[in-house]
Design a binder for this molecule. Structure first.
Ligand code: ADP
Ligand code: MG
Length: 618
């Protein structure tokens, strides 16, 4: 048989690569703006038509390109920014892959005009779908202009996938904000459909923030400044009194590059602990200066995620820097840098009474059975509200441990009797074709006999995990996954004193500790439903929960631990779930003892009957 492997033609390879680099007009905006900055421009103009679907153009007064370089810039892996692999470790440019222009040229009509200051004449190149249409010598101002027209003109599927102009423009503006906030010393202008949206003169950081977000922003900003060996931190956080319900102005920059980090975000949340009204989010614009050798920005193709060599120290530095600033500017009661936050009563907790945990459920309630009450009753003792507390929940099961091998299957069997299957076997067969559907990466919708059910995925998963964890901690021999390398975490003596009493319970949940001491918490095993990267977030959240309500010993401690962990591990809204995962979650939820509420007593699902739907359509 003849050989069958062939090299992909360049324009095909470029189109494939383009999928990674360019998802939407905003991706083009990002790449072009970054190139202009790398070219040392101090004045950059962005022109956008129809939210970028028709035109994205960036004009700069940077170093420009020679005739040959102009042509080469559209080749894949053509870059002036690295020469040897070594260079990757001390990058100080935005780009380095040499992919952007090649990718963009594969899926749009591109027109480049460029001239170096030293040259008399410039170059104009037109490219369509990777094909050079023309290359001419022309007169031009120095600098570079790249116009990208009709994005995805040759990939209709991608073009159709674009969202409304309003949504795409939002993405474009977000990208523009990120770049403009990272470079206050560069002047930026943004035009959309011939109207000027932003005109930002070169300025200092504070003015830039104010110019971007409006004059009222100024009074809301509290400066943050911290110089340490690991990193320098400058920027601003918003005063808590101005915090808003919508998550919005939250920006981290590392070496002038916008990055996302849920870990560092958590550090800020921790610093604001107790200062924000319920459900409000802190505002921040924070800039880290870190030795490029100590970070790896290369782990994500669109480069907003970042890896730090010394993440834990950075977390601690950031948290205390922000706390310190809030304190200094008299917006927090915490003035002392070394202050032990465990001694504070968080505001959100001050007016609350310590509530005795209550369950208000009808164990025989089953939303999916219409024919009369469920005949079988729960065999475990004390599932009813009157009979008291959570301790009783597992008592009945516990007493059986000796008699039979009590595994997960037995537990879910017990609960099935209470709640019933979501689908009967016959229905299950009918369901095969219908299955589940995820709505806005947040809700799972499915059909049931009487109509439809809408499940909140985050709350549902919390419920599932909570019951699993509770079961592990109270009755089962836990399995944990052995870590290849022990995790070493640093916690203060105050935090360690909170963690220590929980050690046994945490171990029953699946953690294996080899040390729990000040600045040395060592973990060699973690629960099976947890990944290594989640461990710090889980423990941090646990600590912050503990600081809010220190549980008495016994069951309430286990209960709060299970709740806290369930909260950290559960899939959040915004996470896309594959069909299999959706189905598993639905089934797991309805195998729970109390499927209808989250561990925090919030509804996990609603049902809408056909009758209700009929009524709406009448
Ligand atoms: P990268 O930025 O990763 O090097 P790009 O495909 O974005 O790759 O750009 C390729 C090369 O084209 C750059 O390395 C640079 O030399 C040149 N270039 C791109 N845009 C500009 C610009 N606005 N001004 C000057 N040179 C540019
Ligand atoms: Mg680039």
């Amino acid at each position: 048989m003849a050989d069958i492997i062939q090299l992909l033609p360049d324009h095909v390879a470029n189109q494939i690569a383009a999928g990674e680099v360019v998802q939407r007009p905003a991706s083009v905006v990002k790449e072009l703006l970054e190139n202009a900055i790398d070219a040392k421009a101090d004045t950059i103009t962005l022109v956008v038509k129809d939210a970028g679907k028709t035109l994205v153009q960036v004009i700069d007064n940077g170093i420009g390109m020679s005739n040959t370089d102009a042509r080469l810039s559209f080749e894949r892996h053509a870059t002036s920014k690295i020469r040897v692999a070594e260079d990757l470790f001390h990058l100080n440019t935005k780009g380095f892959r040499g992919e952007a222009l090649a990718s963009i040229a594969a899926i749009a009509h591109v027109e480049l005009i460029t001239r170096r200051e030293m040259d008399e004449l410039g170059t104009q190149i037109k490219i369509e779908g990777s094909k050079v249409i023309s290359q001419e010598v022309i007169t031009a101002p120095f600098g570079t202009s790249i116009a990208v027209k009709n994005l995805f003109y040759n990939i209709p599927a991608r073009r159709n996938f674009l969202k409304s102009d309003a949504v795409e423009l939002r993405h474009v503006i977000d990208e523009f904000h990120r770049v403009a906030l990272a470079h206050p010393d560069i002047a930026f202008t943004l035009y959309h459909n011939n109207g000027e949206l932003f005109n930002l003169p070169a300025s200092n950081l504070r003015q830039r923030v104010v110019n971007v977000f409006g004059g009222k922003t100024n009074e809301k900003l509290v400066p943050v400044n911290e110089e340490t060996e690991i990193a320098g931190i400058t920027g601003f956080v918003g005063k808590p009194s101005f915090a808003r319900k919508s998550r919005g102005e939250q920006f981290f920059f590392v070496n002038d590059r916008f990055v996302k980090s849920s870990y560092l975000h958590h550090a800020i949340t921790a610093a604001f602990e107790g200062l924000l009204p319920q459900k409000c989010h802190p505002t921040y614009f924070l800039y880290f200066n870190i030795d490029p050798e100590k970070i790896d920005i290369n782990i994500h193709p669109t480069k907003t995620e970042i890896k730090f060599e010394d993440e834990h120290s950075l977390y601690a530095i950031l948290r205390s820097a922000v706390k310190h600033s809030l304190g200094q500017f008299n917006v927090a009661p915490v003035l002392d840098f070394q202050h032990d936050s465990n001694m504070d009563t968080p505001y959100s907790y001050k007016n609350r009474e310590a509530a005795v945990p209550k369950i208000q459920v009808d164990p025989t309630f089953n939303p999916f059975k219409e024919d009369g009450p469920v005949k079988k009753t729960f065999s475990g003792a004390g599932y009813k509200k009157e009979s008291g507390s959570w301790e009783n929940l597992y008592v009945g099961l516990e007493s059986k441990v000796g008699k039979q091998e009590l595994g997960v299957s037995t537990i879910s069997f017990e609960s099935e009797e209470v709640t019933g299957h979501l689908f009967t076997d016959k229905e299950k067969e009918e369901q095969q074709a219908i299955t589940t559907y995820q709505l806005h990466s947040k809700y799972i919708v499915s059909t049931i006999k009487s109509g439809m059910v809408v499940i909140d995925q985050y709350r549902a998963h919390q419920r599932v995990l909570y019951e699993q964890l509770l079961a592990n901690m109270t009755i089962k021999d836990t399995v944990s996954q052995q870590l290849l390398f022990p995790l070493q975490l640093n916690y203060t003596s105050a935090e360690v004193s909170l963690l220590k009493p929980l050690k046994d319970d945490l171990e029953r949940a699946g953690f294996v500790f080899t040390a729990v001491e000040e600045n040395n918490v060592e973990i060699t095993g973690i629960p099976i439903n947890v990944t290594e990267s989640e461990v710090t977030a889980i423990l941090d959240e646990l600590l912050s929960d503990l600081q809010q309500e220190v549980p008495d010993t016994g069951f309430s401690q286990i209960d709060m631990l299970a709740k806290s962990m369930a909260k950290s591990i559960a899939v959040k809204g915004g996470m896309q779930l594959e069909t299999m995962a959706q189905e598993r979650l639905v089934n797991d939820l309805f195998a729970c003892k109390e499927p209808s509420v989250s561990p925090f007593n919030k509804p996990t699902f609603i049902t809408i009957s056909v009758a209700e739907l009929d009524k709406k359509f009448s």
